[in-house]
Design a protein around this ligand. Structure first.
Ligand SMILES: Cc1cc2nc3c(=O)[nH]c(=O)nc-3n(C[C@H](O)[C@H](O)[C@H](O)COP(=O)(O)OP(=O)(O)OC[C@H]3O[C@@H](n4cnc5c(N)ncnc54)[C@H](O)[C@@H]3O)c2cc1C
Length: 414
C-alpha cells in the first residue's frame, strides 16, 4: 500500500458514520494532507435516529448532524455536500474522482464509504403499489420525512420485515397512534439476539398494541381504499394506508464495480480495508471482508471502527486493536444492546430474568464469554465487552447471579 505520499488529498466517498470517523481519525493521527469528504446529503447526519427520535419528530435534521459545520473547518476537512461521485478511476500514482457535477478531483487514496440501499423483495404488485407513493423504505433523512407524514394517528401501517429497522418503525408508529401490522415469517425475527430474548422482544410489539403476523406478504395491490395486502393464506386481503418495507439492504457497490474492483456481496477488503486496488479502500456497510468467513457488517459501531482502521492503513500506522462487535436498538421505550456473538450452540446464561428488564443473556463456552445481549442494562454490556476482549474467565453461575458485582468478575476477585 502506498502511504499518503502525494500532494493529492484523501477523498472519502460517503459521509455516513464510517466516512466522518475516517476523516476525524486521519487528522487525529496527524495526517497533514488534504481530506475531501463527499456526500449526497446537505451535510453528514446520523442514521440510527431515522427510525427513532427523528421519525417521531422529536429531533430535527440539524440535531442529528454527525459534526457541526465548525468542526469541518477546524479539522481542515473539505466537505463537498450535496455532491455525488459518478465514477472513480484508480491509477498507479493517484485516483481520479469524477463528480456528477463539477471538475474532477485527483486523490492520493479514495475510500468508498457509500453504505447501502434498501432492498425491495419480489412481492407481486409491489412495483405498481410503489407508484402510489404509499410504499416506503428507510435509509435517508428524506425517506424518514416522507414516512413521518404517513404516520398520522389512526393510519393503518403494514411493516414488512421485523428486523431492527422494521421493529423500530413499528414501535415509533405505535407511539404516534398508528394501527400497525408487522409481518415476518421468521420465528423469531432477530434470532441473532438469542432465541429467548428474540421471542420476548418480538412479543413486546403485541403488548404495545401492534399486531404481529408470522407470514410473508403474498401480494400488494393499490385500490381506492388504500393498499390491499394479502398476508399469507388469510381468507381476505387487508387494507393499509402505508407500507414500510424493511427487509434489508444491498451494499452500494456500483462505483467499485465500474472501476473493476473485486466485488462479491460487498466491496471485498482485507483486514486493513484495502480493496483489490492499493489506492482504494472500503469501509462500513459497503465493505465485505475476503475469504470463506468473510462478512459484511450493518452496524453503526462497526462502520465507525472501520473508519479508524482505514485511517491507520492510509497513514501506514499500527492498526487500532480489534474490538468485539457491538450494536443497539431502541423499541417500545426499551434499550437493547448486543456485544460479541450469541453463538447458538453455546450455553446461554441469564442474569436476571428474560422479560423483566434489566436483564442480560450471555453466550458462554466453558468459562469464556462469547457474546451478550442486554435489555436496559448497559453496565452489563460494558462488563461483557471487557470479559470478551480480554478473554477473562468467569464462573457462569456467578455471572448469572444479579447480586454479583460484575466489576469484581473483571478483576477476577471472588
Ligand atoms: C433507519 C436506520 C436505523 C439504524 N439504527 C441502528 C441502530 O440502532 N444501531 C446500529 O448499530 N445501527 C443502526 N443502523 C445502521 C447504521 O446506521 C449503519 O450501519 C451505518 O450508518 C453505516 O455507516 P456507513 O458510513 O457505512 O454508511 P451510511 O451511513 O449508509 O453512509 C453512506 C453515505 O454515502 C453516501 N453516498 C453513497 N454513494 C455516494 C456517491 N456516489 N456520492 C456521494 N455520496 C454517496 C450516502 O448518501 C450516505 O450518506 C441503522 C440504519 C438505519 C438506516
Amino acid at each position: 500500500m502506498a502511504g499518503s505520499d502525494t500532494q493529492n488529498p484523501v477523498v472519502i466517498v460517503g459521509g455516513g458514520i464510517g466516512g466522518v470517523s475516517l476523516a476525524g481519525a486521519l487528522r487525529a493521527r496527524g495526517h497533514l494532507g488534504g481530506i475531501v469528504l463527499i456526500d449526497e446529503a446537505e451535510f453528514p447526519y446520523d442514521r440510527p435516529p431515522l427510525s427513532k427520535a427523528f421519525l417521531a419528530g422529536e429531533r430535527t435534521l440539524k440535531e442529528i448532524a454527525l459534526q457541526s459545520a465548525e468542526w469541518y473547518a477546524e479539522q481542515d476537512i473539505s466537505l463537498l455536500a450535496p455532491a455525488r461521485v459518478a465514477a472513480i478511476t484508480p491509477g498507479d500514482d493517484s485516483v481520479r474522482v469524477d463528480l456528477a457535477e463539477g471538475d474532477p478531483l485527483e486523490a492520493s487514496h479514495v475510500v468508498l464509504a457509500t453504505g447501502g440501499q434498501a432492498v425491495l423483495p419480489p412481492i407481486p404488485g409491489l412495483a405498481e403499489t410503489t407508484e402510489t407513493g404509499r410504499v416506503h423504505t428507510l435509509r435517508e433523512h428524506r425517506d424518514a420525512e416522507r414516512l413521518r407524514t404517513a404516520l398520522t394517528p389512526g393510519a393503518r401501517l403494514l411493516v414488512i420485515g421485523a428486523g431492527l429497522i422494521g421493529a423500530e418503525v413499528a414501535s415509533t408508529a405505535v407511539g404516534l397512534g398508528c394501527s400497525v401490522v408487522l409481518a415476518d415469517p421468521a420465528d423469531p425475527p432477530l434470532a441473532a439476539a438469542g432465541l429467548d430474548v428474540a421471542r420476548w422482544l418480538h412479543g413486546l410489539h403485541r403488548v404495545h398494541g401492534a399486531e404481529t403476523v408470522g407470514t410473508t406478504v403474498e401480494s400488494l395491490c393499490p385500490t381506492e381504499a388504500g393498499i390491499q395486502a394479502q398476508l399469507g393464506d388469510e381468507e381476505a386481503p387487508r387494507v393499509f394506508d402505508a407500507v414500510l418495507v424493511g427487509v434489508g439492504i444491498a451494499p452500494r457497490t456500483q462505483l467499485a464495480e465500474a472501476a473493476d474492483l473485486e466485488v462479491d456481496r460487498g466491496v471485498l477488503v482485507d483486514e486493513f480495508h484495502r480493496t483489490s486496488h492499493p489506492r482504494v479502500l472500503a469501509i462500513g456497510d459497503v465493505a465485505r471482508t475476503r475469504g470463506p468467513d468473510g462478512h459484511r457488517s450493518e452496524h453503526w459501531d462497526a462502520a465507525k471502527r472501520d473508519g479508524e482502521r482505514a485511517a491507520a492503513t492510509i497513514l501506514e500506522a499500527p492498526a487500532p486493536t480489534a474490538v468485539a462487535p457491538w450494536w443497539w436498538s431502541d423499541r417500545h421505550g426499551l434499550h437493547v444492546e448486543g456485544i460479541g456473538e450469541m453463538v447458538p450452540d453455546a450455553r446461554q446464561v441469564v442474569r436476571g430474568q428474560v422479560g423483566q428488564p434489566p436483564f442480560t443473556t450471555f453466550a458462554v463456552d466453558g468459562a469464556r464469554v462469547l457474546g451478550a445481549v442486554a435489555v436496559d442494562d448497559p453496565q452489563a454490556i460494558r462488563a461483557a465487552r471487557r470479559l470478551i476482549e480480554r478473554g477473562i474467565e468467569v464462573d457462569p453461575d456467578r455471572l448469572a447471579d444479579p447480586a454479583t458485582d460484575l466489576r469484581k468478575l473483571l478483576r477476577g476477585t471472588p
